[in-house]
Design a protein around this ligand. Structure first.
Ligand SMILES: C[S@@+](CC[C@H](N)C(=O)[O-])C[C@H]1O[C@@H](n2cnc3c(N)ncnc32)[C@H](O)[C@@H]1O
Length: 222
């Protein structure tokens, strides 16, 4: 009798598992792949149309890979422009369960970015702010686990100083248009790369050969 009850219980458990697998899991996967299709179609359409100081596709892919690989969830972008990098970051965040705050000072670029985020299907993962990042970056409470700096280059060190206390251990501060051989920026005021390199609680390097993306990972406490 007891053996019979055990068999019935095991069958019920199996049934519940089967319902879970065939019922809910495929729906989540379907949603994810529908979003992938929408984002890819949007990026394909826009491929040769980005014209507002947007990152090149390869750097967008690097940002996506960094966020996904490290399972980052609390992202900040300084310098939205019309949204190219924001789309790559938010696409990765849609898979990690995270969200992006992105800041732009120019109203027409901000509005265009909002339209792009909607068209790509990523609006729910992005909180786009029209603001002066000099002020807002100071005010945002954080914490962040990923920060992408891509606004006014002369302010990069100040942005770093403002976000570092809000960056979680293991988090990453990435900065665009960096030329380490010149100690800092390609064509801006120097010093960002050297500044980050000299911080002992960060590991700073270039993200990849021929990229202009510097990445600084905040060391985890031992
Ligand atoms: C290089 S573009 C950003 C490109 C964007 N990350 C992309 O890949 O699509 C720099 C942007 O930073 C904005 N910017 C410059 N100074 C700013 C500030 N103080 N606050 C907010 N945005 C600023 C500019 O208006 C410009 O759109």
């Amino acid at each position: 009798m007891r053996k019979k009850a055990m068999i019935v219980l095991a069958s019920l458990l199996g049934l519940a598992t089967a319902i879970a697998v065939t019922g809910s899991m495929p729906q989540a996967a379907d949603k994810a792949s529908a979003l992938d299709i929408q984002v890819k179609a949007f990026l394909e359409k826009m491929k040769s149309r980005w014209a507002d100081l947007n990152v090149p596709e390869g750097d967008g892919q690097l940002l996506y890979d960094i966020v996904l690989k490290n399972n980052y969830k609390k992202a900040l972008e300084i310098g939205t422009s019309t949204g190219h990098s924001g789309i790559w970051i938010a696409w990765a965040l849609s898979k990690t369960g995270g969200k992006l705050i992105t800041i732009e000072i120019d109203e027409s670029r901000h509005k265009e970015a909002l339209a792009h985020f909607r068209e790509a299907g990523l609006a729910e993962y992005i909180d786009a702010r029209l603001a002066d990042a000099h002020k807002l970056v100071e005010e945002l409470p954080g914490p962040f686990d990923f920060v992408f700096s891509d606004a006014d280059k002369a302010w990069y060190v100040n942005y770093a100083k403002a976000v570092i206390p809000k960056l979680l251990p293991g988090g990453c501060l990435a900065a665009h248009n960096i030329s380490p051989r010149r100690g800092g920026f390609g064509g801006g005021n120097g010093g960002y790369f050297d500044y980050m390199k000299n911080l002992s609680d960060f590991d700073t390097s270039m993200a990849a050969d021929r990229s202009s993306l510097a990445v600084s990972y905040k060391k985890k406490a031992r």
